[in-house]
Ligand binder design. Structure first.
Ligand SMILES: Nc1ncnc2c1ncn2[C@@H]1O[C@H](COP(=O)(O)OP(=O)(O)O)[C@@H](O)[C@H]1O
Ligand SMILES: CC(C)(COP(=O)(O)O)[C@@H](O)C(=O)NCCC(=O)O
Ligand SMILES: [K+]
Length: 257
């Protein structure tokens, strides 16, 4: 049986997934801690594997994308030392099938390319991907499947955290949907401003992209914070929490020897 480990290294979380015969069998989330060593990540991964699926240790391949450069080296080391395989690292030289037609294709975050690969495969072009993580990224893929560019906005938690740190009387809030748009106390007001505000931000961006590039885009959202705004967004068609993991698996298939 073919078993592939995929690793999505983001600024907040490292998401790990195991695909067996093309199906996502399990996934885990680790906090992204830059100071952690290859051995510490190795210990965490071994413990997770052992606890959830002891048979999982036999892997046929590992594929990783990272937007945290120092961790790329660390985690590649972890893979070699603890899992016995060098990972395929998404970057220059990896076949993606997506042509990136921006000014500096190399500066585009690997996670955004991975999302584009999955979105084109699952929904077909033209498609927009909204990834709600540390940042909110919107990626625009035209009718020919070319990555033409996108937008980067502050992430939901990132913005909420900054507000709490800068305003003496505003507390740190739990990010849940309030009962009404109009808040009747400070916490509900902050929750409403954050959740309805970011649903509106995403909708506003998507509408403006449609005005600038009038194509029948399908819009898919992913990322740890996407489900928070999905119910209130009027422009997001689909929520796919596993989009990045799926894209990583597709890249494994495209690049296997
Ligand atoms: N099990 C979970 N499912 C969905 N979201 C989660 C889960 N656990 C944590 N999150 C939230 O997702 C956020 C990270 O989103 P993610 O898309 O992984 O960001 P990044 O790619 O920037 O690391 C975290 O701040 C966390 O609050
Ligand atoms: C925009 C990002 C910070 C998003 O990262 P994330 O929120 O997933 O941690 C990342 O994709 C990145 O560092 N990109 C490089 C700049 C660019 O894509 O143009
Ligand atoms: K992400």
């Amino acid at each position: 049986m073919e078993r592939i480990l995929v690793m999505d290294v983001g600024n907040s979380n490292i998401v790990l997934g195991v695909f067996e015969q093309g199906r996502l069998r399990c996934q885990w989330r680790l906090a992204t801690v830059r100071a952690r060593t290859a051995d510490e990540y190795g210990l965490l991964m071994k413990a997770l594997f052992q606890a959830e699926a002891p048979d999982i240790r036999e892997l046929d391949g590992i594929v990783m994308s990272s937007v945290v450069p120092p961790l790329m080296v660390t985690l590649a080391e972890t893979c070699k030392r603890y899992l016995g395989l060098a990972p395929l690292v998404v970057g220059p030289g990896v076949k993606t099938g997506i042509s990136v037609v921006t000014e500096n294709p190399r500066e585009v975050g690997a996670d955004r390319i991975v999302n584009a690969v999955a979105a084109v495969h699952l929904y077909g072009p033209p498609v927009m991907v909204v990834d709600c993580g540390t940042a909110i990224t919107v990626c625009v893929i035209d009718e020919q499947g070319r990555y033409v560019g996108g937008l980067i906005a502050p992430g939901i938690e990132t913005a909420a955290e900054a507000l709490y740190q800068r305003a003496a009387k505003l507390p740190r809030i739990e990010l849940v949907r309030p009962k009404s748009v109009v808040g009747r106390n400070t916490i509900a007001s902050m929750q409403a401003g954050t959740i309805f505000g970011f649903a509106g931000l995403v909708d506003g961006i998507v509408e403006r992209v449609r005005e600038e590039i009038p194509l029948p885009f399908h819009v898919v959202a992913t990322g740890g914070m996407a489900e928070l705004i999905y119910p209130d967004s009027r422009q997001i068609h689909d929520l796919n929490p596993n989009l990045t993991l799926t894209g990583l698996y597709l890249l494994w298939q495209k690049n296997r020897a």
